[in-house]
Design a protein around this ligand. Structure first.
Ligand code: SF4
Length: 89
């Protein structure tokens, strides 16, 4: 296991967020039906995701939603782990 993964486990946080490829998305809206806790739709039916870290339960649901996306526009992305906040600028 890599040091980064070990660190992610040590801090106990999920490091996965949802992303939408706006070019590939065709506004089917399936993702919002399958994952309403993390996806809302805009007035044209395109998904809005906030990019936050998903909880462990949301990750399971998000994987299902991503697998069901007919255009493969919805995906899970690993976030960088930062155990120490950067100093203010
Ligand atoms: S299921 Fe896929 S194609 Fe449909 S709105 Fe969601 S991201 Fe877009």
């Amino acid at each position: 296991m890599s040091a980064r993964r070990e660190l992610a486990r040590a801090v106990g946080g999920n490091t996965v967020a949802l992303r939408v490829d706006p070019i590939a998305c065709e506004a089917h809206g399936l993702c919002a039906e399958l994952l309403p806790e993390a996806v809302t739709l805009d007035e044209w039916g395109y998904p809005i995701v906030d990019g936050r870290r998903l909880t462990a339960q949301e990750v399971r649901h998000a994987r299902r939603a991503a697998a069901a996306c007919p255009t493969l526009a919805l995906r899970l992305e690993r976030l960088a782990v930062s155990p120490v906040e950067p100093p203010p600028v």
